[in-house]
Design a protein around this ligand. Structure first.
Ligand SMILES: [Ca+2]
Ligand SMILES: [Ca+2]
Ligand SMILES: [Ca+2]
Ligand SMILES: [Ca+2]
Length: 372
């Protein structure tokens, strides 16, 4: 089985990452219907990328992500840790030949990595990882029955750009619009930037060209608008770069307001998939910069301010650059202060030490003396 095709060089095409996934009635279709049996097993998840290709049909021409099978060649994109929710199927070409919808996702690794591409669909599913200009070379392939994962794993794959391919195994008999989910993982994925249980979701839409930040653009938004954070909170967010409605290079900036109740040390640290810039700023707009830091992808950018006076401040996180960063790039950012409501930190110095025991005892007897 070969993904096939030929033609001119690949044209990059971004996935429509800004389209939020919304439930459809796919999973509720009567079993035994068009899909030929009880093989309804795919449900998109809210965090999935949406493929966005039109459903195929007889006479369909894939100008969306058909890879080397399309003229000109077009591909989607996927990155490590992402799952795409897509659709595939089979159809008759304009000349009456049996065709299948093939979906090609380009990805790049910056260092040698173990790479796994796995797809599960509601029909027998074929996956490939390929490399090179069309016709691309297969580096690995697998297939699996409906509702079972078809998985290719390549170890120590050199840095470079590759294609992850998913399609039906067969060329006839699979209704267009049959769903699949496919996930790319790599051993060098920046897991430090990925959301964890207990994180506070940022809840800003993904940026895109023409985007206007009305969520948390801080002093860059009109009117000014802020997220909220507090000591001990880790925000899981997204950032990236885009073109403003006027065509200028913009970055998504995320501003979180916090209040310090007593003088103390404040630490603001962020890890992101792109080179990351953080600030702590004195409220209100226009602000005064109190501290800033920058770090390469997957490394922490940290600002620490000591003896910060009580008041209202802004913690800022954004990409360091203004172009070239995908809008679904992710970060985690944590605020910690000596005012953190840690129950065991009795002397409120931000550390748990034996001194906290003494502070507890002192507080205990002071309370007794106070008569409560
Ligand atoms: Ca498709
Ligand atoms: Ca396609
Ligand atoms: Ca954001
Ligand atoms: Ca923002």
């Amino acid at each position: 089985m070969n993904p096939g095709g030929g033609g001119p060089p690949i044209v990059r095409q971004m996935l429509p990452l800004d389209i939020p996934w919304t439930p459809t009635t796919d999973a509720m279709e009567p079993q035994g219907g068009l899909r030929g049996g009880p093989r309804v097993c795919i449900t998109c998840s809210p965090g999935d990328l949406v493929e966005g290709e039109p459903d195929c049909a007889n006479g369909y021409v894939d100008a969306y992500n058909g890879g080397c099978n399309s003229t000109p060649n077009v591909v989607g994109e996927i990155r490590c840790g992402r799952t795409v929710c897509g659709k595939y199927g089979t159809f008759l070409s304009a000349t009456g030949a049996n065709f299948r919808d093939t979906d090609w996702y380009q990805f790049t690794i910056n260092q040698a990595s173990d790479v796994t591409w796995t797809a599960t669909g509601e029909a027998t599913t074929r996956v490939f990882i390929l490399q090179g200009t069309c016709p691309a070379v297969s580096l690995g392939t697998a297939s699996a029955a409906a509702c079972a994962p078809a998985t290719v794993t390549l170890t120590n794959l050199p840095a470079g750009t590759y294609y992850a391919f998913v399609a039906t195994e067969v060329f006839t008999g699979v209704p267009c619009g049959t769903p699949y989910r496919a996930t790319l993982t790599t051993s060098t994925c920046c897991t430090a930037a990925l959301a964890r249980a207990g994180d506070l979701p940022e809840n800003e839409p993904l940026c895109q060209n023409g985007y206007v930040d009305a969520t948390n653009g801080g002093c860059n938004s009109t009117p000014n608008v802020f997220g909220i954070t507090a000591c001990g909170i880790t925000v899981a967010g997204t950032y990236g770069t885009y073109l403003s409605p006027g065509g200028a290079n913009f970055r998504d900036t995320d501003w979180y307001r916090f209040t310090l109740e007593r003088t103390g040390t404040v630490r603001w640290t962020a890890v992101g998939e792109a080179r990351t810039r953080v600030y702590i700023l004195q409220a209100a707009c226009p602000t005064t910069t109190l501290g800033t830091a920058v770090a390469d992808p997957c490394l922490p950018a940290t600002v620490t301010l000591t003896n910060l006076a009580p008041g209202t401040y802004y913690a800022f996180v954004g990409t360091d650059v203004f172009s070239g960063v995908p809008c679904d790039s992710r970060y985690r950012a944590t605020l910690s202060t000596t005012d953190c409501p840690c129950p065991a930190d009795w002397d409120r110095n931000g550390l748990l030490t034996p001194a906290d025991v003494a502070a507890f005892v002192s507080n205990w007897f002071a309370t007794l003396t106070g008569g409560c």
